[in-house]
Design a protein around this ligand. Structure first.
Ligand code: ATP
Ligand code: MG
Length: 755
């Protein structure tokens, strides 16, 4: 016990050992919130106050859930398998699987990730001949998710005008479509399980009696429905232990409501409010930058952070001439850090928008530096994997119309758009799935579609006794995907990914503790045990539902969909970490590069109009800064290609909010050609309307050196001009010589060769 609690500071200790009552731990970044939450679970178990069955812990990502489980097993000898630790989505999925009948879902319901949901909506609009200029698919998705997050079904929504009315009708049609296909989207997982609990008293009481302790990490980013879900689940009896940081609330755009922190204190009559003020993650200069930045926000609950770690190194600032130059700088710095012995996996390059990663990836790739991108297109979101998964989904449930449409003619097998239209008419007429409508079709369409049915049935028959990995392999082969990609010019990568899918299945089984040789379509006892609910004395009606009848295939499909909704992927080899700031929440790295610190980019141009928007951007910047342990880099570029346009940028206002004393400028702070920080305007201008720093020659210079040019110096080797200043005979250039560092050279003296 001593061991478990040692190394905690007094506030942390108090938080870990609080009595079983509602509690809120309000604390800044890196103060040990996640650590306290995990330690509390261990402490509760170790002191015998609760069994593993009595704990429900909510994390923000699947990765965080895995980490928490791993830490827990390291702290105490306990069987974490089957413990309810997961994301809201993961836990809701579990609930719905166990009680699918009560939730009015088919046993093999499948999950739509965000991509699937969008294509499902597109299909709906098309089928109903809706003008998608007037009703854009994304707008409808947003409308639907928004309604669901407020707990509203189509029948509960009131329309204010014709447009609203039409959206509402489409929402209703979407609900019907999903129900018919046996699919649920992410928001539906939550709403459906909320409704299940609120309508079914017996079930509700069962879970309320079961979960004595409910612990929630990243509480500031819960949305309204999640909050209601927690209320329902706790039933007023469970000790809800919430940890969060209002300064890190960064998902308002997805419905997160930081107001839940205040509501929680009132609704749960929280007597135990603990603040943690010591930061254990970052060195002093980094923390000072974070504190100074966030002080510019007005609506805060108020916290202070201090550290014993000492100031450490200054925050390095680099002004790049272009996005390409910025990427080169990142590459050079990363290389020299690795040469000094830093781990690549302990370095993160952060950016505001995914679109920024391309240039950086290109540079890293060119330099042969292993890197991993999080939050972009991950494995389970790649087109070829989605295709393969669609075939597997059809093995599990052929009535999933999304899966059906994805692959019915992929690879092409002569089933044209006309045939699909006929089929859709038939399905509508008979109110059945597309697959079930095939027998109603005759003629050419009927023939070619029947061949598809034979393919699916044949593959299902062939694989029915196979374990999951062999099934995956066989289905991929039978589908014709490999042959298809062999003909494609860039198909090699895709084939490699497809081959990886069987490995992913092997890994999945071992992580879940499912025997590798269990038939993929068979729900065995061993597997059931793992997910079984405890017997509830006196609750007869539940007995039949004790067992989650899920086949390894269904479990794998679920895993893939949930994983696709996650912000992070798994770690593996020592690779540099690339991700958006949003994805970096809760993580920490020895060195962090925050890139693209430009007005319009970070803060994002869509946010700067509204105060709320700007404050959310600032919290995002706060999250970014506080990821760093020892070294922090900030960079911005004067020009950047984005969405096919060159932008001329000025540095982010967030740079001005950092205390000058903690910064170290790698490039001189202001340069002669710099056209300065304009107080107004959108912060960037399109080509033509702004001075062109790149092309601007410093006046009177005879040699026309340009920023971005690669040069050679006898002593320092190859370098890139990153800045020019002065005029006439006194032109000086800032040159990045990579390993040799940045040099300011007088061009009338230094002998440079153009490369
Ligand atoms: P965030 O707000 O970013 O999610 P957090 O508050 O959850 O941060 P943790 O991730 O739990 O913070 O902790 C930050 C780091 O500090 C971790 O590496 C953790 O192990 C370490 N840490 C926390 N408390 C202590 C302590 N008492 N002694 C030593 N290290 C600690
Ligand atoms: Mg945390």
């Amino acid at each position: 016990m001593q061991k478990l609690l040692e190394n905690l500071n007094p506030e942390q200790l108090a938080a870990v050992t609080l009595p079983a009552q509602p509690a809120l731990i309000l604390a800044g970044a890196g103060s040990g919130k996640t650590r306290v939450l995990t330690t509390r679970i261990a402490w509760l178990l170790k002191t015998g106050q609760v069994s593993t069955q009595g704990i429900l812990a909510v994390t923000f990502t699947n990765k965080a859930a895995r980490e928490m489980t791993a830490r827990l097993s390291a702290m105490i000898p306990v069987n974490t398998r089957g413990m309810w630790i997961g994301t809201f989505h993961g836990l809701c999925n579990r609930l719905l699987r166990a009680h699918y009948r009560d939730a009015a879902l088919p046993q093999s319901f499948q999950i739509l990730d965000m991509q699937d949901q969008l294509s499902s909506v597109r299909r709906l609009l098309k089928a109903n001949q809706v003008d998608d200029d007037k009703y854009p698919p994304r707008a409808l998705v947003h409308y639907i998710n928004n309604a669901k997050e407020q707990g509203l079904r189509a029948v509960n929504v009131e329309a204010y005008d014709d447009y609203d009315q039409r959206m509402l009708e489409l929402y209703a049609l979407y609900e019907t479509q999903c129900q018919r296909e046996g699919v649920v989207d992410f928001a539906e997982l939550l709403l459906r399980s909320y409704e299940l609990l609120s309508r079914n008293q017996l079930l509700r009481e069962h879970y309320q009696a079961r979960f004595k302790h409910i612990l929630v990490d990243e509480f500031q980013d819960t949305n309204d429905l999640q909050y209601q879900w927690l209320k329902l689940m706790s039933g007023g009896g469970a000790a809800v232990f919430a940890v969060g940081d209002d300064d890190q609330s960064i998902y308002a755009f997805r419905g997160a409501n930081v107001g839940n922190m205040a509501a929680f204190q009132v609704d749960f009559q929280v007597q135990n409010l603990i603040r943690l003020e010591q930061n254990y993650r970052s060195h002093g200069n980094i923390l000072e930058a974070a504190n100074a930045l966030i002080a510019n926000n007005s609506r805060r609950l108020g916290k202070n952070l201090h550290t014993d770690a000492g100031y450490g190194e200054p925050v390095r600032v680099f002004e790049a001439t272009s996005d390409i130059n910025e990427a080169q700088y990142l590459v050079e710095e990363a290389k020299s850090l690795v040469a000094e012995g830093w781990m690549r996996s302990e370095m993160a390059i952060l950016y505001r928008s995914n679109a920024q990663s391309r240039v950086i990836e290109h540079a890293l790739f060119g330099a042969g530096i292993p890197y991993r991108v999080y939050g972009g297109l991950r494995f389970f979101e790649r087109a070829e994997i989605k295709h393969a998964m669609a075939y597997l989904q059809l093995m599990d449930n052929p009535h999933n119309d999304s899966a059906f449409l994805r692959v019915v003619n992929f690879p092409t097998r002569g089933i044209g758009a006309r045939s699909i239209e006929q089929l859709q008419d038939m399905a509508k007429q008979h109110d059945v799935s597309l697959y079930a409508a095939i027998p109603y079709l005759s003629g050419k369409a009927g023939t070619s579609l029947s061949a598809f049915v034979r393919l699916i049935e044949g593959a299902r028959f062939e694989t029915q006794q196979m374990p999951l990995p062999s099934m995956v392999q066989t289905v991929i082969e039978r589908s014709g995907l490999i042959t298809h990609y062999q003909k494609e010019k860039e198909g090699a990568d895709r084939i490699e990914n497809l081959e990886q899918l069987a490995n992913a299945a092997v890994l999945f089984l071992s992580e879940e503790g499912i025997p590798q040789d269990m038939p993929a379509l068979f729900a065995s006892q061993g597997f059931q045990e793992m997910v079984s609910l405890p017997a509830v004395p006196g609750v007869e009606v539940l007995e039949a539902e004790q067992v989650m009848e899920m086949t390894p295939l269904a479990a794998f499909l679920t895993h893939a969909s949930l994983e696709a909704g996650d912000n992070q992927a798994q770690d593996g080899q020592d690779a540099l970490q690339l991700m958006t700031v949003h994805s970096a929440k809760g993580l920490e790295f020895d060195a962090v590069f925050i890139t693209g610190l430009e007005e319009g980019l970070f803060p994002h141009e869509n946010s700067v109009q509204a105060t709320d928007g700007l404050e959310e951007e600032r919290r995002l910047m706060y999250v970014a800064i506080t990821r760093a342990r020892k070294r922090l880099y900030l960079s911005y570029a004067q020009t950047r290609m984005l969405h096919g346009q060159t932008r001329y940028n000025i540095q982010s206002r967030f740079m001005d909010e950092l205390p000058e004393g903690v910064l170290k400028w790698i490039t001189p702070k202001k340069q002669a050609y710099w056209f300065g920080h304009t107080a107004s305007g959108s912060g960037y201008a399109s080509t033509g309307s702004a001075p062109e720093p790149l092309a601007m020659a410093v006046s009177g210079r005879d040699t026309s050196w340009r920023i971005g040019e690669t040069v050679f110096h006898k002593k320092f080797g190859e370098g890139v001009i990153v800045g020019l200043e002065g005029s006439g005979a006194h032109v000086r250039a800032n040159i990045n010589f990579g390993r040799e560092g940045m040099k300011l050279l007088d061009l009338s003296v230094a002998k440079l060769e153009r490369l």
